[in-house]
Every structure is written in C-alpha cells, then in structure tokens.
Write a protein that binds this ligand. Structure first.
Ligand SMILES: Cc1cc2nc3c(=O)[nH]c(=O)nc-3n(C[C@H](O)[C@H](O)[C@H](O)COP(=O)(O)OP(=O)(O)OC[C@H]3O[C@@H](n4cnc5c(N)ncnc54)[C@H](O)[C@@H]3O)c2cc1C
Length: 457
C-alpha cells in the first residue's frame, strides 16, 4: 500500500488496537465505540474513516509509517547506558515491591506503578496522572476508562490492572484543554502512541512530562468480562465492578482470582484457573493487533513495570514487580526510594527481566516472525525481529497457529452465543479449544501424551 493508511484500512487489516490516537486528532464527530466483538474502534464520518493523512499514519502505533520502538527510544533515551533486544534501552532494572504497604496491598503486582505516579504528584513534578479507573457501566456500558487523577487518594483508588478495552482520546483532550504537567500510564502500544503524538504536537510534548509503561501480554475485548459473569452465574448487567486479580494469602501471586462486585451489594469470585477461557497463553479474546506487536515491556516509556513471574517472587501472594527504568530523572526517584527504605528493590540485569516474560517474548519474537511470514493482504506492518527464527519447531508453530485461531474464533463464537442467549455454546467450544491448546502446549491429557510420544518439540 503506497497511500497513507486511513483508520478504516488499519481496522480492516486487524492492526487497530483501539488506542484512540486517531480520534484524538479527528474532527468533532469522531469517537471511539465498541464494535460487535466488544473491542474499541474509531467511528466517524465515512469520509474521515476513509481518508488517510501523513500525520495520522505517523502517529498510529501499528502504522508501517510510524517510527518504531528502537527509533523512538534512541531519541528519548540517547544516553541510556544499557541496551538489550528484550527490554530495549535502559538505565537500571529491579525486582521487588513497594515497602509502603498500602501500595503493595492495593496494587496488582508490587504496587510500584501507583507508587511512582504518587511520587510524581507528591514531589510536584506533575499536576495530574492519566491512568485507568473504574467507571459506572450503567452510564455507557464501560467498566473502566482513562481519567486524570490529581491527588494521591484518587490515584490509589485507580490501582490494579484492567484487562479491558480503554482508549486515550478523551484524556488527551483533557490534557490539551487544561494546562499543566501530566504523566500517562499505559500498555506498550498506548505509550508508543503517546510518544508518536508528542513528536507531532509541541503542546503534548510540553505537557506530558512522564510516561509509565505496563508490560503487556495482550489486550482483551470487553467480552472477557461478560464471559466471567456467565461463568460466575450472574448477568453482566448485574455487575458493578471487577477486580481481575484479587490478592489472598491462600493463593500465590500467579493464581489469579477475579472478584465481581454486584449492583445489589453482593460479590462473587472465580479463580481464572477454573474459567474455560482463563489461560492467558491460549489467547482468548485477544485483540488481532496484538498478533503484530513486538514490544512486551513498553520500551518507549520512561519507566515500565511488570510482574516478576519467576521464583521465589511468583509464589509470594502479595505480588512483586520487575521494573525497567529509562529516564535518568525517574532513576533518581527510584534510587531515593530505595535509600529511604520506601522501596524494597534489588538490582537485576536484562536477562532476569526477560526470564520473567519468557512466554510473552517468544510470542513477540519467534511467534511474530512466523505470523508475519504467513500474513497476506491489507496493510503490511513494519516490525523489528522479522528474521527471528522465522521457522520455529513444529510444536511451536502449532502453538502460535492455535493461539491465533483461538483468538479469532473466541470473538465470533462468543458473538453467536450472546446473540442466541446460549452461553453453553461458547463455553463448550472454549473448553474444547483450551483442551486442544493444553495438549500441544503442556502435553496435558490423552492428546497431550500422544503429542509427547510423537516427539514434537
Ligand atoms: C492488558 C494488560 C496486560 C498485561 N500483561 C502483562 C504481562 O504479560 N506480563 C507482565 O509482567 N505484566 C503484564 N501486565 C502488567 C501487570 O498486570 C501490572 O499492571 C504491572 O505489573 C503493574 O503492577 P503494579 O502493582 O505496579 O500496579 P498498580 O499499583 O496496581 O497500578 C496499576 C496502574 O496501571 C493503571 N492501569 C491498569 N490497567 C490499565 C490499562 N489497561 N491501561 C492503562 N493503565 C492501566 C491503573 O490505573 C494504575 O494506575 C499487563 C497489564 C495490562 C493492563
């Protein structure tokens, strides 16, 4: 494709992640809305959706015309002393948690993201933090949305990871309308979108002072919450809010437990382990654009945070972070926090961070190269790591193909079951799909034993 890709081209090519960057730059009538699969997508006049512009295609995070993460990081962190293909450029990396207990208790991992954002507010380095907070689903059906918090109390009320579609257009409008200094929290492609916008718009460059990235495995559609409700024996309309990862001393950190708060004051819970679609690795409800992503750790963020999925940290129910610091300013704040005893962090190297994200990195390196080699038609993404073992072993090829297929079909089968008001249609399919995936990925069950006997690596 030679012309600059338009929003509609990106959507049709499965490359729109729904970040809202294009809508933030659009005429008044454009908005982000849920599509039939519960994913946020741009909506507006047909003319706007069809018309590409050089600027739009430079600022869409999955556009082949946008600068890639390496180029952005080189501009943003030119003096970073360290570089590694898994984590990008960086000043320092750590594992641990916040020692100020309320942050760790309230956070999904070790509480570092909220602590860092709070520290920026406490030190008056920013006036507001754009992050994701619970919303009232009764107003427009959304359970979470971006909002600007201006106090530590507001910020803390928004702690925890939300595996739910959100978008930046409204919060970017707020940042443009209300003078001040801001930080933005986001998953890697959202932070990339923010950095691309900062390159184009001096006002955003001036106002967005810091970016706080979250490591990311993939983004899920809103149907995951509906499926959670179905499997908990409640209707989605009965839900008031969701805690995707409720902590408890009875469960180690990586045994996720979802808590659903109902409108009538009751609550119910479900271990992800017992969900038909609760295996993160199987890719249920994954956004198609995630198949074309090559950034696990938010390489363009000033600092980024993930879960320490290695022992002994993974077993500690209270949660632990891995942290990658890229901005020298934030590196100083982290060092001060450690010196004051407010952070309990130990320095680690990039290999340690990569080991905590081994599965995500395989999917975004070897898996990406494999998927891109098979991709036909539409806008062709321009990615790094395309020659990264483009011919994986047969079992790994099967895993990548099954994951992509489960993602694609989960959207469709759920849509049909929802339309027919027959959750069982989706749940039976999801269990069968998960069993097939588990046989190949983990050699589980009789088919798994066969896969093992065949010696598939
Ligand atoms: C979709 C998604 C996928 C993830 N995948 C991985 C993964 O594969 N590996 C891994 O190690 N970690 C992953 N994470 C990050 C991990 O879940 C934790 O968010 C991270 O470790 C920070 O934990 P914390 O205790 O420091 O944050 P907390 O103190 O709980 O603060 C979290 C902050 O992030 C904000 N936030 C929550 N959800 C979103 C969102 N969707 N978009 C923008 N801001 C948000 C909150 O408002 C809050 O400010 C993912 C997060 C998300 C949202």
């Amino acid at each position: 494709m030679n012309a600059a890709p338009a929003p509609r081209d990106m959507v049709r090519s499965g490359l729109c992640i729904g970040c809202g960057s294009c809508v933030a730059q659009a005429p008044m009538e454009a908005t982000m809305h849920f599509d039939r699969y519960g994913q946020l997508r741009p909506a507006g006049s047909a003319a706007w959706l069809r018309s590409g512009s050089e600027r739009l295609s430079r600022t869409c995070p999955f556009s082949p015309r946008a600068a890639d993460e390496d180029a952005l990081a080189a501009e943003l962190f030119p003096h970073a002393p360290r570089h590694d293909a898994s984590v990008g450029r960086y000043e320092a990396a750590y594992v641990g948690h916040v020692a100020e207990q309320e942050f760790r208790r309230e956070g999904s991992s070790g509480g570092m993201t909220s602590w860092m954002a709070a520290e920026l507010l406490r030190r008056h380095l920013v006036d507001g933090v754009a992050h994701v907070v619970p919303a009232d689903p009764a107003s427009d059906g959304r359970f979470f949305r971006y909002s600007v918090s201006r106090t530590v109390a507001e910020l803390r009320a928004g702690a925890q990871s939300r595996y739910y579609p959100v978008e930046l257009s409204q919060v970017l409008a707020t940042i443009l309308a209300e003078p001040g200094r801001y930080a933005v929290v986001g998953i890697p492609c959202f932070i990339k979108a923010v950095q691309l916008l900062r390159r184009e718009y001096p006002l955003l460059r001036e106002r967005i002072r810091y970016t706080l990235g979250l490591f990311c495995g993939h983004m899920k559609s809103a149907r995951f919450v509906e499926s959670l409700a179905w499997q908990s024996g409640v209707e989605v309309d009965e839900l008031a809010c969701i805690d995707f990862r409720s902590k408890s001393p009875e469960r180690q950190a990586n045994w996720y437990h979802a808590r659903l708060q109902l409108r009538d004051g009751r609550s119910t819970g479900k271990d992800w382990w017992h969900l038909a679609d609760g295996d993160w690795g199987a890719g249920f409800f994954m956004d198609a654009a995630c198949n074309a992503c090559d950034d696990v750790v938010a390489e363009t963020a000033d600092i980024s945070f993930g879960d320490a999925w290695v022992e002994p940290y993974a077993s500690d129910w209270q949660g632990s972070n891995v942290v990658v610091v890229r901005s020298p300013d934030l590196a100083r704040l982290v060092s001060d926090g450690i010196a004051d005893g407010r952070l309990q962090l130990k320095a680690v190297d990039s290999a340690f961070v990569a080991a905590t994200q081994a599965a995500g990195l395989r999917q975004r390196r070897e898996g990406l190269a494999y998927r891109l080699a098979r991709r036909r038609g539409g806008v062709r993404p321009r990615k790094r790591f395309v020659d990264h073992a483009a011919t994986p072993a047969l079992r790994r090829k099967l895993i990548y193909a099954m994951r992509a297929s489960i993602s694609r079909w989960s959207h469709r089968v759920f849509r049909f079951a929802r339309f027919a008001r027959r959750p069982g249609i989706y749940l039976r399919w999801a269990r069968a799909a998960a069993a097939g995936y588990h046989a190949v990925a983990y050699h589980r069950g009789r088919t798994g034993a066969l896969v093992r006997r065949l010696g598939l690596r």
